[in-house]
Every structure is written in C-alpha cells, then in structure tokens.
Design a protein around this ligand. Structure first.
Ligand code: AHG
Ligand code: MN
Ligand code: MN
Ligand code: MN
Length: 319
C-alpha cells in the first residue's frame, strides 16, 4: 500500500494550516495537469498575442494555469498573497498565514510539442496585515515548503517541508497522490550535464572551461566521458537530477549580464529541493537560498545538482 499525500502530511511536524495549504496546492496541480493533458482537444495549445512582465510571449496555458491558481476558494483562507511569473504585481487575498509564489507552467515552450512541463511553488510566512511587495522579498532560506509538479509520462509531485524530499505520483483513476519515492537523494558525483549549448559563445570563461572539459571526454583533463541532456523545462531537467544525479546550469552570460531563470518562483523553490536532497544550488559561486531578493521577477544565474560538479564550477569561477 502506497502512502497517500494526506497521510504523509499528517505525520509531518508542520502546522495544520500548512498541511492544508500543501493539499490545496496538490489539488491545483492535479487540475493544471488535467488542463495540460487535454490542451489539444480543448484548443488550448499555442500562444496568445500578449507578453508577460518579462517580455515573454504568453502561451494560452500560461494564462489558464495562472487563473486556476488565482481561484481564492482553493486556499481556504490560508494565503494572504499570491505571486506569479505571469503577474507583474503581487495578488492580495483577504488574509492568511502564508504567501504562495509560483510558476504556473514551467517550460511552456514545450506545451505545443507535447514535451514535459510543470508547476513550481514556494511557500513563505506572511506577516500580519495587508501584504506589500517588500513582504514577499524574503531569501529562499526562509521557505517553509517548496516543490513542483511535473506533467510528463507520469504526473508527479515533488515536495519538501525542510526535512528531505519526497515524490508522489498521481493516480489518474482516483485522483490521489501516492508516495512513490520517500526520500530523493542526489549522488555527489555525476557524469551528466544539462545546459543550453547554443549559448556557448555567450558564456563566461569559467562556464566554457567547465563544459569544454566535459566535452573533451576520456582523453581530456576529466578523464571521463560525459553525457548531455536538455529538455528546455527546468522542472524536467531538475527531476532527472533529483532522480539520478547530474548538474543543471543556466548561468549568467554576456547577453544581459544576468541569468534567465527567476529567483522567487524558479531558482529558490528548486534550490530548496536540491539542498534537501543533498545537492548544491548556487548562482555560480554562492548559495541561491542566501540571496536577498530586491524584485519579484529578478533573474539569477543557476548552477545546481551533484555536489562535486557544482563545487568544481564555483572553483573555476573563483580562479
Ligand atoms: P518558463 O516556461 O516558465 O518561462 O520557463 C522556461 C525556462 C526553464 O524552464 C528552462 O530551463 C529554460 O527556460 C529554457 O530556456 P531555453 O529556451 O533558453 O533553453
Ligand atoms: Mn515564461
Ligand atoms: Mn519557468
Ligand atoms: Mn512559466
């Protein structure tokens, strides 16, 4: 018998309100997953003629999934503000103990090619009273819970409440989330990297050195052949790293001098999971979770995964 998410949560040393919130997030992910699964039938693939705050063309599913997360009745009075990739400003609700920060559809360029996408979320403590943007700008270290749902061949929820990482698969027949991996751990060493190689010419010398050494294979300085994977969905690539190890990088490069991925709803929740699974998550040198955010949509370089490789990249940066 596999443990349902509700029973797992009942055994966690977390307040009842947080457990209820996580169950509500899981329900929302189930609904979003269903919208993803049926998107071609419902005519919900493709782009809209509009951009989000970061100047990306929004997909129909970006907006639909975001709207599903905005349904206040879901949150049972536990959330006082929502923050999303798809909304410029915070979205206040009446009152609640928590802030919920999310990327409704991660990897949305994959929607139309039936590739892997997901939903990423982060839970922070809310101060009392009305919420201002500054209240949300908390370092990732203060997250109470974080996770993602991945809508792939299986629909899986990966979750941390700060005591390890567990994975729950969606039983499509009953709608239950059942624990399929009690404790995800990342091996310290790996021979697999994930990076968008088409950006090679824009990378910093340290990143170029690291990847070029991986590519040199057995006869190079690393003395080993490396494999490469890139799904163009952070959730998909990170799920592989959490499952069998690896290093995932979206570094700062020379194009804008900043990374691509967003700190509050991509890098922070994923970094929390990666650290909880025994890996490292840095901006290239320093832990992502220690960064003090100064903007809801700020971008950050990301280097995360198997400890030895992430440390090697940091060493190259410092050299
Ligand atoms: P989103 O779809 O939420 O905007 O995020 C896309 C991100 C991330 O999921 C992925 O790792 C990266 O963009 C892919 O970028 P490239 O298209 O540059 O490879
Ligand atoms: Mn986007
Ligand atoms: Mn994303
Ligand atoms: Mn997104």
């Amino acid at each position: 018998m596999l443990t349902p998410l509700s029973r797992f949560l009942a055994e966690q040393p977390a307040p009842e309100s947080l457990r209820q919130l996580i169950l509500a997030v899981a329900d929302a992910c189930r609904d979003i997953g269903h919208a993803v699964n049926t998107s071609a039938i419902e005519g919900l693939t493709g782009a809209l003629e509009q951009e989000n705050v970061q100047g990306e063309m929004q997909k129909k599913l970006d907006v639909i999934a975001n709207d599903m997360m905005l349904e206040a009745r879901r949150w049972g009075g536990h959330v006082s503000a929502l923050v999303s990739e798809e909304m410029e400003e915070i979205y206040p609700l009446i009152s609640g103990e928590y802030l919920l920060v999310f990327d409704p559809i991660d990897g949305s360029s994959n929607v139309d090619v039936n590739g892997v996408v997901g939903t990423i979320f982060s839970v922070l403590k809310a101060p009392e009273g009305p919420i201002a943007e500054a209240d949300v700008l908390q370092p990732g270290r203060r997250q109470l819970a974080a996770g993602y749902a991945i809508y792939g061949p299986q629909t899986t929820l990966v979750l941390t409440l700060g005591a390890g990482v567990s994975a729950f698969s969606l039983d499509q027949k009953t709608g239950d989330w059942l624990m399929t991996t009690p404790r995800m751990t990342i091996p310290a060493s790996t021979r697999e990297f994930a990076i968008n190689m088409s950006n090679h010419r824009h990378w910093m010398p340290s990143v170029r050195r690291y990847i070029d050494e991986c590519l040199a294979g057995k006869t190079g300085v690393r003395g080993a052949d490396f494999n490469m994977r890139w799904l163009a969905s952070m959730v998909g690539d990170v799920h592989r790293v959490l499952t069998r190890g690896g290093i995932f990088m979206y570094p700062v490069d020379s194009r804008k001098g900043i990374g691509k991925l967003r700190l509050m709803y991509e890098a922070n929740p994923i970094a929390f999971l990666i650290e909880q699974a025994g890996g490292l998550a840095t901006d290239g040198v320093n832990p992502i979770l220690d960064i003090q955010p100064d903007d809801l949509h700020q971008r950050v370089g990301v280097v995360l995964g198997s400890r030895e490789e992430v440390e090697r990249v940091a060493d190259y940066h410092k050299a």
